[in-house]
Design a protein. Structure first.
Length: 463
């Protein structure tokens, strides 16, 4: 047989053009793209008449919690959720157990994830300051997709797990890095040439305000917001940018949630520094006002902020300050999410609803479909040095493809999610435009919402 898979008559979308052609796949790669029919049979044939063909969508920010907290989520479920939502590659966050602080743990994680991967996957490395500065170059060699620093978090001395509510009297806990240690970390990451993603929230400010406010207005989202204000993000982004200017680190601001953040990043970019940023659907489609209706499931760090922030983030998307959108998929169980706003864990599902929500934004005229391709495929692929293997439909590229129906209507329902813990702020949201087929390494893994193939995903490493 000449081809493995032929996709006929679809409209192929790139960030700069839209055209109708057939795609011919062989051995997991795009082997030909042609307006005329080419000779030869195929094992699989897809008729994509009336549908749009996008380069496989990438979600760069996923916490599948495998290992460590697999009672909340695991890689088998999160990658099914990804495939169901039209995502062909995810990048897995490193705050797992074991955490991804050494080459040994990176290799263990590759083995752990491989057999459960319904989509392709990259793995982030973690920065723990003095504890693993020496491991950053070896991790780079081994193939981490980038490095993440949870700024302001303490670390357990024995397990290297992040400590979420640090206080100085805790035993077996290493205090958060001081600015001197962070500066050295920036110098070490700069040497690797990889993207350096930071969780930007100033924990000193947050801890101080939390002590003041926690007792007062226990259940009010706005009081909670006052304890984790815009200033917390602004301070850490500002420090991060200053350190990146000094060290040359390729600073990437994770999940931008404030107008102040967007402004600082834009100014640094205008000065010519290679600072990049991402945001997530919750900052684009929700505001503090939604808490009344949605409640604690929408608690996520950084918190969803105000209307003016949402508007500034959209402006950042439209002028290119923010170069891509990702989910920050971080499920907890519904029991854990049901409780006092101040103490329940932060995070919700996202990998399955990322592309539907962005397609709906296309249907509402907020962005174009070509922009969506840039935001969910080409830009993240370029950012993490996996382009043109990923992020484009070209001869020679991996045959990762997302087929979408721009007219398909869909209602997001919590119970339909593929994740182990089904937690979403978007229950009841009406969407126009849905991924209808997810093709990974040339094989269809999702069709019309159903997972139809076994795990076949492969590790993705930067070039
Ligand atoms: O809300 C969040 N949840 N934000 C994070 O940065 C981490 C995540 C988690 O792992 O639960
Ligand atoms: Zn995250």
């Amino acid at each position: 047989m000449r081809w493995d898979h032929i996709i006929r008559n679809g409209e192929i979308v790139t960030p700069s053009a839209t055209y109708t052609a057939n795609i011919y796949i062989k051995d997991g790669k795009i082997a030909a793209i042609n307006e005329e029919e080419l000779n030869g049979d195929a094992k699989e044939i897809t008729d994509a008449s009336g549908l749009h063909i996008l380069p496989g969508l990438i979600d760069t920010h996923v916490h599948s919690r495998d290992g460590g907290a697999t009672y909340k989520e695991d890689f088998y479920h999160s990658t099914q959720a990804a495939a169901a939502g039209g995502i062909t590659t995810i990048f897995e966050m490193p705050n797992t157990n074991p955490t991804i602080n050494t080459v040994e743990n990176f290799k263990k994680q590759v083995n752990n994830l491989q057999s459960k991967a319904h989509v392709n996957f990259g793995i982030w490395g973690i920065c723990l300051g003095d504890l693993n500065n020496k491991d950053l170059l070896p991790l780079t060699e081994a193939g981490v997709i980038g490095f993440k620093y949870f700024w302001g978090y303490a670390v357990n001395k024995n397990t290297f797990q992040l400590v979420y509510n640090y206080s100085e009297d805790m035993v077996d806990v290493i205090a958060p890095c001081d600015d001197g240690q962070v500066f050295e970390m920036f110098e070490e990451v700069a040497k690797t040439g990889r993207s350096f993603g930071i969780h930007a929230e100033n924990s000193d400010l947050i801890n101080h305000l939390t002590k003041q406010l926690e007792q007062k207005d226990a259940d009010d989202y706005n009081a909670f917001l006052a304890s984790r204000p815009n200033l917390a993000e602004e301070l850490t982004i500002q420090t991060g940018i200053a350190m990146a200017k000094q060290t040359g680190a390729r600073l990437h601001i994770l999940h931008v949630s404030t107008a102040e953040g967007v402004k600082l990043i834009r100014e640094a970019q205008q000065e010519g520094y290679p600072i990049t940023a991402e945001t997530c659907p919750h900052y684009l489609f929700l505001t503090n006002e939604d808490y009344r209706e949605i409640g604690p499931v929408m608690k996520v760090y950084p918190l969803v902020k105000f209307k003016k922030d949402q508007e500034a983030i959209w402006e950042g998307i439209n002028d290119g300050t923010i170069s891509f959108v990702c989910s920050d998929h971080a499920p907890h169980t519904s029991e854990e999410k049901d409780g006092d706003l101040w103490t329940i864990p932060a995070g919700m599902c996202g990998v399955e609803t990322l592309a539907p929500l962005m397609l709906n934004a296309v249907s509402e005229g907020k962005i174009t479909l070509q922009q969506l391709v840039a935001l969910l495929s080409e830009n993240p692929a370029k950012q993490f040095d996996v382009y043109p293997q990923k992020g484009t439909i070209q001869v020679g590229s991996d045959a990762d493809i997302t087929i979408v129906n721009l007219n398909k209507r869909h209602v997001i329902k919590t119970e339909d999610l593929h994740s182990k813990s089904k937690i979403t702020a978007y229950d009841g949201f009406e969407i126009t435009g849905m991924p209808v087929q997810t093709i990974v390494n040339g094989t269809t893994v999702m069709k019309n919402g159903d997972i139809i193939f076994k795990p076949l995903g492969e590790l993705v490493t930067p070039k």
